[in-house]
Design a protein around this ligand. Structure first.
Ligand code: MG
Ligand code: ZN
Length: 212
């Protein structure tokens, strides 16, 4: 019985997601869904990337998902891009109806891309389609090199993976080889981006990936 309820929830979600996909296609706006654990560095990636993308002419808006506070939206607002914070309370992911409502707050004709920072969670945000062009997985060195094996679904669905905090590799037992092997065992054609938001190392290929 519980399974049936869950299926209905996901089906309702998919209708909203399809509406979003259709709307953004007609507006020529790309939508990215960033998924990663709390503390993986999702907001830091945005803080690093948005000024670089803006320099290349990209017009960006951001949707922030968190259980509570507008802290991340406040950080993004200082970059002078439109941003809306969604607080989910006890909810551990964003759903497509929430995102659809927020999109109505943006002037879509004046945008090239909307980036969603999902609620920090490596599991169920993956299951809720938001109508995005793609899901991007963000994982940090300090989470350990075995996480793709333990939480495979996001690494299966995300073609692009951003490994953050690479400046910390010398201070941990993280093995880039083990991590890469784990990723490849889940998906062969994965694009892996190594990034340090502290030093800026690795930002160029990522900018190119978002804004070719
Ligand atoms: Mg954040
Ligand atoms: Zn959830």
């Amino acid at each position: 019985m519980e399974i049936k309820v869950m299926q209905n929830v996901l089906k309702a979600n998919d209708v909203f997601a399809e509406n979003t996909t259709e709307l953004l296609k007609t507006k020529g706006v790309r939508l990215f869904n960033l998924i990663g654990s709390p503390g993986a560095g999702k907001t830091s990636v945005l803080e690093l990337m948005i000024p670089l993308l803006k320099d290349k002419g990209a017009r960006i808006a951001v949707i922030e998902g968190d259980c509570a506070t507008a802290r991340d939206a406040q950080r993004i607002a200082t970059l002078d891009v439109p941003v809306v914070q969604i607080n989910t309370g006890n909810g551990c992911h964003l759903d497509a109806s929430q995102v659809g409502k927020v999109l109505g707050e943006f002037s879509l004709d004046a945008l090239d891309m909307v980036i969603i920072e999902n609620v920090g969670n490596l599991v169920c945000p993956t299951g809720f389609d938001l109508g995005a062009d793609e899901k991007i997985a963000i994982i940090s060195v300090t989470e350990g090199d075995d996480k793709p094996l333990k939480y495979p679904r996001i690494f299966h669905e995300a073609k692009a993976v951003i490994l953050t905090k690479i400046d910390l590799i010398p201070y941990t037992n993280f093995s880039l080889q083990r991590f890469t092997d784990a990723l490849r065992s889940i998906r062969q054609d994965q694009e892996l981006f190594l990034l340090s938001c502290t030093t800026g190392e690795g930002s160029d290929p990522l900018v190119e990936r978002f804004w070719p």
